[in-house]
Every structure is written in structure tokens, then in C-alpha cells.
Design a protein around this ligand. Structure first.
Ligand code: GDD
Ligand code: MG
Length: 368
């Protein structure tokens, strides 16, 4: 089975994590975000993947390679200019089979694609959209379906006065027949959500609901943290669950923890946790992270090579690769530190503040 994955967005809402790396290869728990999607697809028999890239394609290719490690053939396509979600598909036309999957590259899910494909076939659909129920659907593509699963209406990110009476949204996972390509003008920026789905309503567009599935769009820092916690807690089926085992704790053999690691938590290769510090619950220390003494890292992610001083508190935050944090500093309340930020001692960074890559803050320079 073939799949096209859209990864051409700029990931602006995840800055500064995406200031230096494209979203698909930003690390989530212990592997690049895209690897979850590839493992999930592989598990459903997908062996041929076309990555539809825009932004920083070279880096994506460098990190993911040719897919052979995952048992998948990976090909990369780069648009000459951003083509939008449908334009990107059109750009891949020559490579596409009669039937294929199309995925938004920024979702973490374990939807049963096998069941979705089966329903697609049975209904004779041209396109079948995976649907999930969410509490606030307004920032997604809203879908209203009839009892026979046919789509009655599709509305992308409606304004308050045009809201549809539904809590079902498009999950960004589609089964498509090649004939949808006939609806897309070539060489143009075209949105599949705004132009193609509405045109397909009553012309073969169906919805597939998997009530048991986990689903999240990892597009904002809050949801990045939520996805991290859900992976650690095993709320979504991923390879990380196997690694964590029944104790929900993975401390790499080469890591040294003098303090405590409280599950669920993961401590990567070469990382060190000093005397009196505790890491977890719900903490990720990527590789080569050093945490000093008497510090707390809880409900937080600390990426590769970061150095945390003594007496620090890291809670509800994301600390980018190579960051340095001086003694007694606090990074809390949804704050995010970009790659190689240097935060002196006795600082407080809170309330969702974002420090951009390379920024330097002197000792006691910030009390947010
Ligand atoms: N190749 C390419 N070219 N990819 C693109 C382009 C482009 O011009 N524009 C966006 N993408 C990719 C993004 O990288 C992302 O993986 C996917 O297409 C969807 O774009 P987002 O920018 O993340 O859209 P969204 O999250 O606001 O909304 C979409 O996803 C929702 C579910 O998460 C829509 O498909 C909604 O209908 C859907 O509900
Ligand atoms: Mg998205």
C-alpha cells in the first residue's frame, strides 16, 4: 500500500522548536515525530511512502534516510513553491497508484487504517476521511456525516457564525482513489480542505469513525507536551510503550541517576541526574542531558545535550537541544527555550514565554 505524507507546512506554531528543525524531525519522547507515523503506517501494511516536503526538505531526508530501517521505501518530493495541501498531492501525481493513503504529517494517532480501507472499499468511495470527535472542533476541518457514513458537509475552520452542528473533525488521514487528482488544477496552490472536499460532498466522500483511536495534532507547544505525556502513559499505541515496559520507566544503560527517576519517565543515553534531583513523573531527558543537584524536572521535556544547574525547577516546559540553565532558575508554566539558549542563574521563565534559539539571558535577568 502507498501513502503520501504532507510535511510542507512551516510549523510556525511550534517555534522555537521548529526554528532550527522542520517539524517532522523534531524529537518527540525518544524519536523524530515522523517516525511514529511511519511505524504506524508500516503496521498497517504501507511499504511505499512519498514525503511531500516544502520547508527544509534536505534535513528531513538526512534524518529519515531511505526508510529501509523501518522497512519502508521513502521518496521525497519538494515543491518549487508551496502548493497547498491539494497542490502538493497534484505535484506527486506521476508517482501515485490507483488507490493510496494521504496523511497530514503532524498528527499522532493509532487509527485503524485497515478498517478505514475496508470501509472505503465497501462503500465504493472516492475518498474516505478518518474522523475523530473533539471538544472544540473550531480550529479543524468539521465534518457532518449521515447514517450511511456519507459526508453531508465539510467546513474548514469555520467562523463562529458558520459553525456546523457536529463535533467530528477530519483527522488528516484519507483513503483516496486516483480520480481525485482530476479535481485539482496543476501548478497552482490549491487547498484540499477548502476546494476538494466540499466539491466531493455527495460525489463519493465518506467518513470513517474509529472510536477507540487516540488522535492529536501535534501543532502547538501545549499539544506537543500532551502528546509526550500520552506516549509516556501508553495512551497511544507506540514503540515507546514497549521500551518503557510495565514499570513505565526507561533509563538508558549509559545514563547515571544519583537522584530519582519517577515513572513514567525516560532518561536517554549518557544523561546524568545529580544527587537530590528528581526527574519525573512525565519527564523526558533526551541523550546527553545533565541535571545538577537538587533540581526537579517534572511534566517536562529536555532535549539533547542540555545542561541544567543545581536547585532548578523545570515544570510544564520544553527545553531545546544544547540549552544551558544556571543554578536556581525556574522554567515553568508552558515556557519553551529554543536550541542553545543560555539562561543564567536565578531566572524565572513562565507563562508560555518562548526564548528563541541562541538567546542569552544574564543571571537574574528575567522574572516573568
Ligand atoms: N507539501 C506540502 N505543501 N505540505 C503542506 C502544505 C504545502 O503547501 N501546507 C500544509 N502542508 C502540510 C503540513 O505540514 C501538515 O502536515 C498538513 O499539510 C496539514 O497542514 P496544517 O497547517 O497542519 O493544517 P491544520 O492542522 O491547520 O489543518 C489540517 O489538519 C487538521 C487535522 O489536524 C486540515 O486538514 C484540517 O481539515 C484537519 O482537521
Ligand atoms: Mg496541523
Amino acid at each position: 500500500m502507498q501513502a503520501v505524507i504532507l510535511v510542507g507546512g512551516e510549523g510556525t506554531r511550534l517555534r522555537p522548536l521548529t526554528s532550527t528543525l522542520p517539524k517532522p524531525v523534531v524529537s518527540l519522547v525518544d524519536r523524530p515525530m515522523m517516525v511514529y507515523m511511519l511505524e504506524w503506517l508500516r503496521g498497517h501494511g504501507v511499504d511505499d511512502v512519498i514525503m511531500s516536503c516544502g520547508f527544509k526538505a534536505t534535513k528531513v531526508r538526512e534524518v529519515l534516510g531511505d526508510g529501509s530501517q523501518l522497512g519502508i521505501s521513502l521518496r521525497f518530493l519538494e515543491e518549487p513553491d508551496p502548493r497547498g495541501t491539494a497542490g502538493a498531492l497534484k505535484f506527486a501525481e506521476e508517482l501515485l497508484d490507483e488507490r493510496f493513503l494521504m496523511l497530514n504529517g503532524d498528527v499522532l494517532t493509532d487509527i485503524d487504517l485497515g478498517a478505514q480501507i475496508a470501509q472505503h472499499e465497501q462503500s465504493g468511495a472516492t475518498g474516505t476521511l478518518a474522523l475523530v470527535g473533539v471538544a472544540d472542533p473550531s480550529s479543524y476541518g468539521l465534518v457532518k456525516v449521515r447514517d450511511d457514513s456519507s459526508v453531508e458537509a465539510f467546513l474548514e475552520k469555520p467562523s463562529a457564525d458558520t459553525m456546523l452542528d457536529t463535533n467530528l473533525i477530519s483527522a488528516g488521514a484519507y483513503v483516496l482513489e486516483r480520480s481525485v487528482l482530476d479535481l485539482i488544477a496543476p501548478d497552482k496552490n490549491v487547498s484540499i480542505e477548502r476546494e476538494v472536499w466540499p466539491a466531493l460532498v455527495d460525489e463519493g466522500l465518506f467518513g470513517f469513525v474509529d472510536d477507540a483511536a487516540y488522535w492529536i495534532d501535534v501543532g502547538t507547544p501545549e499539544r506537543y507536551l500532551q502528546a509526550t505525556f500520552d506516549i509516556l502513559e501508553g495512551n497511544v499505541r507506540t514503540g515507546v510503550a514497549e521500551k518503557l515496559g510495565e514499570g513505565f520507566l526507561s533509563v538508558d544503560q549509559s545514563a547515571t541517576v544519583a537522584g530519582r527517576a519517577v515513572p513514567p519517565a525516560i532518561v536517554g543515553a549518557g544523561s546524568q541526574v545529580g544527587e537530590g534531583s528528581h526527574v519525573g513523573s512525565l519527564a523526558v531527558l533526551a541523550g546527553d542531558v545533565a541535571v545538577g543537584e537538587n533540581s526537579v524536572v517534572e511534566r517536562a521535556v529536555v532535549l539533547e545535550g542540555a545542561r541544567i544547574g543545581d536547585g532548578c525547577v523545570l515544570r510544564e516546559c520544553i527545553v531545546g537541544p544544547g540549552v544551558r540553565i544556571g543554578d536556581r532558575s525556574q522554567v515553568i508554566g508552558g515556557a519553551m527555550l529554543g536550541e542553545n539558549v543560555v539562561l543564567g542563574s536565578d531566572n524565572v521563565v513562565a507563562r508560555g514565554a518562548r526564548l528563541f534559539p541562541g538567546m542569552e539571558v544574564p543571571d537574574g535577568g528575567l522574572a516573568f
